[in-house]
Design a protein around this ligand. Structure first.
Ligand code: TTP
Ligand code: MG
Length: 348
């Protein structure tokens, strides 16, 4: 099963501002009345009616619908909502593989009795996410990850789509080849040029020809086009980074207040690092200024788990702040390049 939240960032905004419902909402960079640079991160389905899409230049979106509601991105809030959703999913299935902020695969093979059961399960799950996290989602169900993912695309918005094993090949065969999971725009164009217009065309291609052109990826393409995907759902448990952020009560330039915040955030981060039994080798400091622009700076150090070292490095990064006159709205301390403490000790 693949669960993917609908117009995720925009849906999150609609929770805390219900008056947005039914209006076109665009989340992304400031359009600055059409002169803004940067892109649309996402928009709700109301805004999609006007042709606005994720990744589009914000200036273009503004041309399409100048009186849409344009909102800045608030990652922290979306991450918080994401954690809520993922916690619900993890309480429901043993194997959950989160693939992005708003999407996860669930392996239910051992849990359910046949496809009918999976439909009932999906209906319940959707209701639970709507009731607890207040968010809409779509669910694709299939015999493997590839088909579940592609079924979910068809289910959008706010739907459930089940594709049984025996229907899987037919389900994808008339779709344009560019819709095949794992095929990017470039490869899609290449495939079309050599005559594979639909996924069905690719399914019937000669494997040798595909291998000549694409190497082992050619085999994968051929498998995918035939609805074959043997990859398993696996939890990606490796922690990549640990960070904490804090927004000041009022935007500030006060060095003491900022220094205290760095110390507190560092303490919290080190708490997590030691819980994970890890050491880190990169420190990153993030500053968000009153005008929502950001400054991000990192440095690499000898692997350590020490609070002193984290505070020291974070403070040094702060002193390199290039915008000394800009009031700071929010500050974040993050460590990455984490590795197992015991392994490190052996190494030393
Ligand atoms: P998606 O699931 O691709 O998109 P979505 O949830 O907004 O809409 P849909 O209903 O079609 O699933 O991405 C999840 C979030 O990731 C999205 O809300 C915003 C962010 N995102 C970007 O920042 N840039 C992008 O180019 C895309 C596609 C998404
Ligand atoms: Mg989504």
């Amino acid at each position: 099963m693949l669960v993917d939240m609908d117009h995720f960032y925009a849906a999150c905004e609609e929770i805390r501002r219900p008056e947005l419902k039914g209006k076109p909402v665009v989340v992304g960079w400031d359009p600055k009345e059409g002169s803004g640079r940067g892109v649309v991160m996402t928009c709700n389905y109301e805004a999609r009616k006007y042709g606005i899409r994720s990744g589009m230049a914000i200036s273009k979106a503004y041309k399409l619908k100048p009186d849409a509601i344009y909102l800045p991105v608030d990652f922290d809030y979306y991450e918080e909502k994401s954690r809520e959703v993922m916690a619900i999913l993890r309480s429901k299935a043993e194997d959950v593989e989160q693939v992005s902020i708003d999407e996860a695969f669930l392996d239910l093979s051992g849990k359910l009795h046949g496809y009918e059961d999976s439909l009932r399960y999906a209906v319940k799950l959707k209701k639970e996410i709507a009731a607890k996290a207040l968010l809409p989602c779509s669910i694709g169900i299939g015999p493997n990850k590839l088909i579940a993912k592609m079924a979910c695309e068809e289910a959008k918005p706010d739907g459930i789509r089940l594709v049984r094993q025996e229907e899987a090949r037919d389900f994808i065969k008339n779709m344009p080849v560019g819709n095949l999971y794992g095929v990017g725009r470039k490869i899609g164009e290449q495939l079309e040029q050599i005559g594979y217009r639909t996924i069905g065309d690719l399914a019937e291609a000669n494997i040798m020809d595909l291998m000549d052109r694409f190497g082992s990826y050619g085999i994968e393409l051929h498998n995918y086009a035939n609805a074959i995907d043997e990859s398993s759902v696996h939890e990606n448990s490796e922690i990549k980074s640990i960070g904490r952020e804090r927004t000041f009560g009022a935007d500030t330039l006060d060095e003491k207040e900022i220094g205290n915040a760095i110390l507190e955030l560092s303490r919290e981060v080190i708490g997590e690092v030691s819980k994970a039994g890890a050491v880190f080798k990169t420190v990153t400091l993030k500053l968000r200024y009153h005008d929502f622009t950001e400054h991000l700076k990192s440095r690499s150090i000898k692997p350590t788990g020490s609070l002193e070292s984290l505070v020291q490095n974070a403070m040094q990064l702060y002193r390199q702040n290039p915008e000394k006159a800009k009031r700071i709205r929010k500050i974040g301390v993050r460590v990455s390049g984490l590795s197992d403490y015991k392994k490190q000790k052996k190494l030393f």
